[in-house]
Design a protein around this ligand. Sequence first.
Ligand code: AMP
Length: 302
Amino acid sequence: MSILVVGSVAFDTVETPFGKAEKVLGGSASFFSVAAAFFAPVNLVGVVGTDFGEKEMAAFRGRPIDTLGLERMDGKTFHWQGKYSYDLNARDTICTDLNVFEFFKPKIPPAYRQSAFVFLGNIDPLLQRDVLEQVERPKVVACDTMNFWIKGKPEELRRTLRKVDVLLVNDAEVRQLSGEWNIVKAARAVRAMGPRTLIVKKGEHGVLMFGEESSFAAPAYPLENVFDPTGAGDTFGGGFVGYLAAAGHTGDAVLRQAVIMGSTLASFCVEAFSLDRLLCLTRAEIDERFRLFRRLTHFEDI
Ligand code: AMP
């Protein structure tokens, strides 16, 4: 089943203790699309400027990623600059140049309107709802958001959340959204706002899923070399939603497998700058790490 993704397509400038990358391909929709396309066809909606060339587009070519919905506007592509210290869980945003992204009004091409799975990247909750109004009864709506919208447009966000099946946020965001410090209480409060499944991303500490039937926890895959965490959350989202779309449903067992698949894809993302590792990744490597993940977390009942 196909996936519609709406979000940022960007140039990122990233500094970590291990090096610096300037104006490389980034953006939530880019990471999401490349990860999800390992499992299901992706319809990409976003906006880029005239500086976004064939070199960048090459990342989407040769994969089941449709870029008909990637609008090109006069002006510069969205640019984000961030810096990490050795604590790779915390980053400072140095600058956010919205450029053409400031005028982004997602237009869903007719061919995309029957997408069964929708991923609403981190954009204005009003625009997220606008997207949902342009699609015909999707099977699953997954959504990301951030502190900027939780604080800046709480009412709009609440309205969007009523239409969301799966919300993916980090631990600080779930606390801010609910006003509860305890994650379990916070999860209950957020699920009461609409999403029947809540995914709480905790960076190198893994992921918690709160669902209708049960809760589930997955660690981050222990890696010796973590190079750049940028995009890990969106790559998780791509692996997670991609796996669900391939399965065609969201039963409890499939949701748990999807969390591990999301974590598997994210573990590759952080091994290099930008989408570099994802772009040379093979399905065999994914399956092997997924298998190692099962061994990592398996234990016998007493
Ligand atoms: P993540 O590390 O998963 O949170 O995602 C990082 C990506 O989000 C980067 O590639 C940025 O280009 C993109 N990004 C950063 N700030 C924003 C923003 N305000 N709106 C949309 N995308 C953003």
